[in-house]
Design a protein around this ligand. Structure first.
Ligand SMILES: Nc1nc2c(c(=O)[nH]1)N[C@H]1C(S)=C(S)[C@@H](COP(=O)(O)OP(=O)(O)OC[C@H]3O[C@@H](n4cnc5c(=O)[nH]c(N)nc54)[C@H](O)[C@@H]3O)O[C@H]1N2
Ligand SMILES: Nc1nc2c(c(=O)[nH]1)N[C@H]1C(S)=C(S)[C@@H](COP(=O)(O)OP(=O)(O)OC[C@H]3O[C@@H](n4cnc5c(=O)[nH]c(N)nc54)[C@H](O)[C@@H]3O)O[C@H]1N2
Ligand SMILES: [Mo]
Length: 756
């Protein structure tokens, strides 16, 4: 048995090697991502021994060029001596505030060995570090929603169940769709994939779906969804057009707005164009979005006359001014007046994982305690490049002015910024700034290649653990199936040895080895379970057994039903206790990129003669982000070794591109190769390149061309707005052409160059 973010699996070994991970028999729709595991774990890219960048080794901290120098393999003793000495040096000279260990990333499932928890516990015992705040998934929602409705994570957990939608809804209007491929995954694990059957039940019950997304397959074919593709970044305009149609057709629920919201009068003036002379009517919205005005007017009427739930994919906010479609989703739903009714209202983020609207955890499992961080400094997660490039500079975030720390040492465990961050050429420049970069990795990812000291670590199937997805109702045993390859080690043991060198062993280990901690964490989980009336087996029995399923705590929940029933007894945690369609707090920040109510701002990069296509870069169906990109299933979908890019037949023909061609994609920030998939299931004028192909820069080529197809060489690092500073990957424009040169080999799945 094993657990992963994309599901439980049954591990088959042969002669001390993992040869396959099979679907768990109880999972109705197991993810094929498991098919990557054996080939990836046994692949050429595994880090087998500790390695140090030659330029750093020869010239000391800061020497040489990250990403280009060769590596020198060293013994563990040598590597740990170097790390301990460097940590001590940086702390003595600059203090703990010069250490950055935000380490954003998904790492692997497994409660005990969670990479970030391990690193943070270790560094907290050393006096702390600068952390990161927020995420790449839905940062705009994390910052915005508390002002207008309440904490976003709570709302995701409280999302109306699909069983309720199947029974009560007539219409599901989906901005950004609800891509089935994304619901393979859930943070920490998903033992049973329920989404497909739950959506099928909606369809069987006659629920209609409308998919407002540039990609037709953002709604699975079985839903028979109507496809109304807006131009990327224009959802706020579409929603305003719908809102205008409601107003002028007299379909707005005034009672709801009066009782449950504040500030609608301001929004109404804006929608009607009272102050700027621009009515945000269906014609206006149609011109901006490309969706016919008549269709918007009819859809607004249909929404008002049906039990309608509006959904907005998390990805829609991963764009310029990404707060606006969120705020406008809430505004539109409030105007319909169905918030808190079964099957009505809105949810932001259905489809962002397997469990939302399907299942919840009755209680939290135990985790490795991280201790306390004595450094009280954070950086918004997607400001990593700006932070490294501009120490001491000021920036806006969440209504306050803040200052970047002066970072000398970066430590990353469990994430891949050279996959996840925008504008990778800028990140490469930023990564030259610190004196030392330490990376713990399974594989020679681009981030490992941009490090100075690389520590090889065990994979989930090579250590004993248990899975407990954050929103899943299962506990999954994860016995070690094989030993780590080469000299790769369990991360806890690495930190224990380092702590001994630094004189903090007792503090870090509390006298326990990893097995003792594992038992301790299981005991905590048992205690927590007992408090919820659940009795869990002892550790040995659990580890030798099958997936354990916990009771569903809220099978028929309806989002904001309490608030609707009694807004006085159950006020929202907003300043007014109501839904804030106008926020005095946000208006008070006087930002030019996020006003006091939802408003339309065109994306910064507009298609031009030079860069005529909108680039979209959503999550890949064949892997989790960059994880397992070198696995068999992920590789099976590549085109001549490159990541597929989906192009509309009209855009392809205009460029002489046919299906299967290697193409070059570029803009002023960078360029990459990719493999063309020509399909009319994408809106003309868009190119969709999956994220996660391991970045493979060719330093001899123009703009360090990436040979493999990583969209983040093309995306910008300007972020959503100065309110939330979230990543805005979906707002980029590019040009595409057939690649006429000799197609180079992709080297990203091979180890780097080593020197003796
Ligand atoms: N253009 C574009 N960019 C995007 C997105 C997009 O839509 N478009 N999406 C964004 C989103 S939503 C996200 S969440 C991010 C995801 O970005 P990341 O979470 O950084 O991506 P992963 O590929 O999951 O990286 C996890 C890394 O951890 C390593 N790892 C796994 N297990 C362990 C372990 O036990 N120990 C250690 N030390 N390492 C381990 C893996 O080998 C892998 O390199 O990407 C973001 N980037
Ligand atoms: N298989 C698999 N599943 C995953 C992941 C993975 O790596 N692999 N990653 C997981 C993670 S970390 C996250 S955060 C979630 C993300 O889940 P989502 O945020 O829902 O997914 P995305 O793929 O980023 O975006 C959804 C869709 O939005 C559409 N879109 C982009 N721009 C616009 C726009 O301007 N308007 C409209 N209307 N639509 C637009 C794109 O076509 C895209 O397919 O997925 C999770 N699920
Ligand atoms: Mo994410």
């Amino acid at each position: 048995m094993t657990a992963s973010h994309w599901g439980a699996g049954v591990v088959e070994t042969h002669a001390d090697r993992i040869v396959a991970v099979h679907p768990h028999p109880d999972d109705p729709h197991p993810s094929l991502i498991n098919q990557n595991i054996a080939s990836s774990l046994n692949g050429r890219a595994r880090v087998l021994r500790p390695a140090v960048r030659s330029g750093w080794l020869e010239n000391g901290p800061g020497g040489g060029t990250r990403g280009e120098d060769s590596f020198v393999e060293v013994s563990w003793d040598r590597a740990l001596d170097l790390v301990a000495a460097e940590l001590t040096r940086v702390r003595d000279l600059h203090g703990n505030g010069a250490l950055f260990a935000g380490s954003y990333g998904w790492s692997s499932a497994g409660r005990v060995h969670h990479a970030q928890s391990q690193l943070k516990r270790f560094l907290n015992c050393q006096g702390g570090f600068v952390r990161s705040k927020g995420n790449y998934s839905y940062n705009a929602a994390l910052v915005l929603m508390p002002y207008i409705v309440g904490p976003y994570r709570d709302h995701v957990a409280q999302a109306t169940r699909w069983s309720v939608i199947a029974e009560h809804s007539d219409l599901v209007v989906m901005f950004g769709g609800m891509a089935g491929r994304n619901t393979q995954v859930s943070d920490g694990g998903v033992a049973r994939h329920r989404m497909r059957d739950n959506l099928a039940a909606c369809h069987t019950q006659g629920v209609r779906f409308v998919n407002l997304s540039p990609m037709k397959r953002d709604a699975d074919a079985e839903l028979d969804a109507e496809w109304l593709p807006p131009r990327p970044g224009t959802d706020t305009a579409v929603m305003l057009g719908l809102a205008h149609s409601l107003l002028v057709q007299g379909l707005c629920d005034r009672d709801f707005l009066d009782r449950y919201t504040i500030g609608f009068n301001r929004v109404e003036r804006y929608i009607l164009g009272r102050d700027d002379g621009v009515p945000k009517d269906a014609q206006w919205a149609g011109d901006i979005s490309g969706i016919p005005a008549e269709r918007l007017i009819a859809l607004a009427r249909d929404m008002a006359h049906s039990r309608t739930i509006i959904t907005c994919a998390a990805g829609v906010q991963r764009a310029d001014f990404g707060e606006q479609p969120l705020w406008m989703t809430v505004t539109l739903a409030a105007m319909l007046g169905q918030i808190g009714l079964p099957g009505g209202g809105y949810t932001i983020g259905y489809g962002v994982n397997a469990n939302i609207g399907n299942i919840e955890r009755p209680f939290r499992s135990g985790t490795l305690p991280q201790g306390t961080n004595a450094v009280d400094k954070f950086v918004p997660v997607a400001m990593i490049s700006d932070m490294l490039l501009n120490p001491g500079a000021r920036y806006d975030y969440d209504g306050a002015q803040r200052q970047f720390p002066d970072i000398r040492l970066v430590w990353w465990a469990g994430g891949n910024p050279f996959h996840h961050h925008q504008d990778l050429n800028k990140l490469r420049r930023a990564f030259q700034k610190p004196e030392t970069v330490i990376v713990n990795e399974l594989n020679w990812t681009a981030t490992a290649r941009h490090a100075d000291i690389v520590l090889p670590v065990a994979a989930p199937q090579e250590r004993t653990d248990f899975g407990a997805g954050k929103s899943d109702n299962a506990l999954v045993p994860m016995p070690a199936h094989v030993a780590p390859p080469g000299e790769a080690r369990i991360e806890y043991d690495i930190y224990a040895d380092l702590s001994a060198r630094l004189g903090t062993a007792d503090h870090f280990t509390e006298g326990r080895d990893i097995e003792a901690w594992t038992r301790e964490i299981w005991t905590t989980t048992q205690t927590e379970a007992r408090r919820h009336g659940v009795s869990l087996p002892d550790w040995e029995a659990f580890l030798a057994g099958d997936v354990l399923t916990l009771p569903d705590p809220s099978a028929n929940q309806v989002f904001l039903a309490d608030f609707r029933a009694d807004p006085v007894a159950h006020p929202l945690p907003t300043p007014s206790g109501r839904i804030e369609l106008f926020s005095h707090a946000i208006a008070g920040f006087a930002l030019n990129d996020c006003h006091g109510h939802a408003s339309w701002m065109p994306p910064r990069d507009q298609p031009s003669a030079l860069y005529p296509l909108n680039l979209l870069s959503g999550q890949p169906g064949t892997r989790l982000h960059s994880q397992l990109d070198n696995g068999a299933f992920s590789l099976s979908r590549k085109i001549r070794g490159r990541e597929p890019v989906i192009l509309h037949p009209g855009d392809a023909a205009a460029r002489g591109i046919v299906d299967g061609d290697v193409v070059e994609i570029w803009n002023a920030r960078g360029r990459c190769l990719a493999g063309a998939v020509v399909s009319d299931a994408i809106l003309q004028g868009c190119a969709f390149l999956w994220t996660g192909a391991w970045y493979d820069p060719d330093f001899d080529a123009e703009q360090h061309r990436d040979r493999h197809g990583n969209p983040n060489v093309l995306t910008h690092d300007l972020r959503t707005s100065s309110l939330s500073q979230g990543p805005a990957a979906h707002s980029a424009t590019v040009q595409v052409a057939r690649f006429e040169g000799v197609v180079p080999d992709v080297l990203a799945h091979d180890p780097p160059r080593f020197s003796p």
